[in-house]
Design a protein. Structure first.
Length: 78
């Protein structure tokens, strides 16, 4: 059965699939980040920052960097 070039063949569609998105945990995490401002993530020490501070400051910079990260976490109660 051939259709003329001006017409598209008729297509029958069934019911669209039901899509369920379960994002209850991500919604809670995003709302906590919004309420808390910057979020409540603990700042971690960076291996590469310590490495380069060791190379360029003979280890003195490591002490100040570690104090900075520890103070940042302590001030936020983390």
């Amino acid at each position: 059965m051939a259709t003329p070039q001006d017409q598209q063949p008729a297509q029958t569609y069934g019911q669209p699939p039901t899509i369920i998105i379960n994002n209850s945990s991500s919604a809670a995490a995003s709302s906590a980040a919004v309420i808390g401002g910057a979020g409540l993530r603990r700042r971690r020490q960076s291996l590469w920052a310590h490495f380069w501070l060791l190379m360029f400051t003979m280890g003195i910079g490591n002490i100040f960097y570690a104090m900075h990260v520890s103070r940042w976490n302590r001030d936020r109660g983390l």
